[in-house]
Design a protein around this ligand. Structure first.
Ligand code: MN
Length: 439
């Protein structure tokens, strides 16, 4: 007989996004509907409504030690709701809640923590549908664990019992302080599925032997775009586990690209309207994706990236900073624009500008070399890479120290954007920016 198990990744109870527009309440949205706690409650209600057999949590259930007292009420409510429908809850602790989760499970006895103190635990449980499954779990016992926990697991194959593995770990990241494990290690263990926590981007999990990250239950910030939620695993028997994502997250982030090629003009109000309608069109595209989903978010937060080239780029960049971003409710989902990142470029004749001998010409030559990957391009990228660590906390580049770009292409993009911005400023100071540069 098949069993349906709801698998939930990093919830981070206590985490709250700071990225909502301050006036979102005017559209009937209550920010407390959008928290990880709200999505956890939605997942519990879904589990009860669909009368499933068990719930598994793969760690980082709680944001940090301080949040455990706030998390207590939500966890206790969920565990009791589930228990009333004879749905048991099993969890492992992650690096965020290595301290909080064991302490909370002491306060909520029905909340079963597996693998306490970093010791593997393998339990066999009878589900209410009369089937029996095995669950193997391991919990963090400290903020860091630099060894590979799979080395300490000894599990014999059981041809009758389906076995599910629950682990918070860093997959294929050797040297990581967060329980580094390789895919191969996991494949070699006789389990029918590995449900992992830690990385917030959900893996493209699929049957019949899914191994990977469940992802964060709800997108915690704009850097976690796309559908997030719980996974429904249907265990048909040993060697046959089917899994599907239920996008239960109440808040969904979207990363959208907006092409500004050809948006030109000298009337700032016309430009504003053009920009506004491009933003609204981007919201419409986000909604198309949401409509295709079986479960829709309450709120969609869009981060827009402007791309392309236009002669009015300098004006558009200034306007994009000052414009009140549109908010709009489509169907049951309310959309807002969290931020507009300008990666557009002016429609400048770089080669023509580069022929001069003034500062804009020197800059145009550098930009041309970076874009065409010639001349000093490699040298400049290396120099930029070495400078991220020296940015000061209140500089606009400080984020580069915290999250340095990994690839040459990312650095190239940053240099090109910054270079065009500086070039536009130089040309604007000369009072002929959009005239001289027009192609
Ligand atoms: Mn983690």
């Amino acid at each position: 007989m098949k069993s349906r198990i709801l698998c939930i990744g990093d919830i981070h109870l206590g985490n709250r996004t700071t990225r909502l527009p301050s006036n979102i309440g005017e559209y009937g949205i209550d920010p407390s509907e959008l928290t990880p706690a709200a999505t956890w409650r939605a997942a519990v209600s879904w589990a009860v409504a669909h009368d499933i057999e068990a719930v598994l949590l793969s760690g980082d259930v709680i944001e940090n030690d301080r949040d455990r007292f706030e998390a207590y009420g939500h966890l206790k409510w969920g565990v009791e709701e589930l228990l009333a429908s004879r749905i048991p809850v099993f969890a492992v602790a992650g690096n965020h809640d290595w301290m909080a989760l064991p302490r909370l499970s002491d306060q909520i006895p029905a909340f079963r923590l597996l693998g306490r103190d970093g010791k593997w635990e393998v339990v066999e449980i009878d589900l209410k549908n009369g089937t029996r499954i095995r669950i193997a779990g391991w919990s963090f016992r400290d903020r860091y664990y630099r060894k590979n926990p799979i080395r300490e697991l000894s599990l014999t194959r059981d041809s009758d019992l389906p076995t599910l593995g629950l682990l918070h770990c860093d997959l294929d990241a050797s040297g990581s302080p967060y329980a580094p494990v390789s895919s191969r290690d996991l494949e070699e263990v006789p389990v029918d599925a590995w449900f992992l926590g830690h990385i917030h981007r959900p893996s493209p999990l699929s049957g019949p032997r899914p191994i990977g990250y469940l992802g964060s239950l709800s997108g915690l910030n704009p850097g976690e775009p796309g559908p997030h939620g719980a996974w429904l695993a249907t265990v048909n028997g040993p060697g046959d586990v089917q899994i599907e994502l239920l996008p239960l997250s109440r808040l969904r982030w979207e990363a959208l690209e907006v092409a500004i090629d050809g948006v030109e003009g000298s009337d700032p109000e016309d430009l504003k309207d053009a920009l506004f309608s491009l933003m609204r069109r981007a919201i419409g595209r986000a909604h198309e994706d949401v409509v295709a989903s079986p479960i829709r978010p309450r709120v969609g937060g869009c981060r827009l990236r402007l791309t392309g080239r236009t002669a009015s780029h300098h004006r558009i960049r200034t306007l994009a900073r000052s414009l009140v971003f549109p908010q709009e409710t489509l169907g049951d989902t309310h959309y807002f624009i969290e931020k507009v990142i300008d990666e557009g470029a002016p429609a400048l004749d770089l080669a023509g500008l580069a022929e001069g001998s003034d500062p804009p010409a020197a800059l145009a030559r550098l930009l041309d070399e970076i874009i065409e990957r010639k001349g000093r391009a490699g040298e400049l990228i290396a120099a930029a890479r070495g400078s991220f660590g020296r940015t000061t906390a209140n500089s606009r580049w400080s984020r580069l120290r915290r999250n340095p770009p990994a690839t040459d292409d990312e650095i190239r993009r940053i240099l090109v954007t910054a270079g065009f911005e500086a070039l536009e400023e130089l040309l604007a100071q000369q009072g002929e920016g959009e005239v001289r540069g027009r192609q």
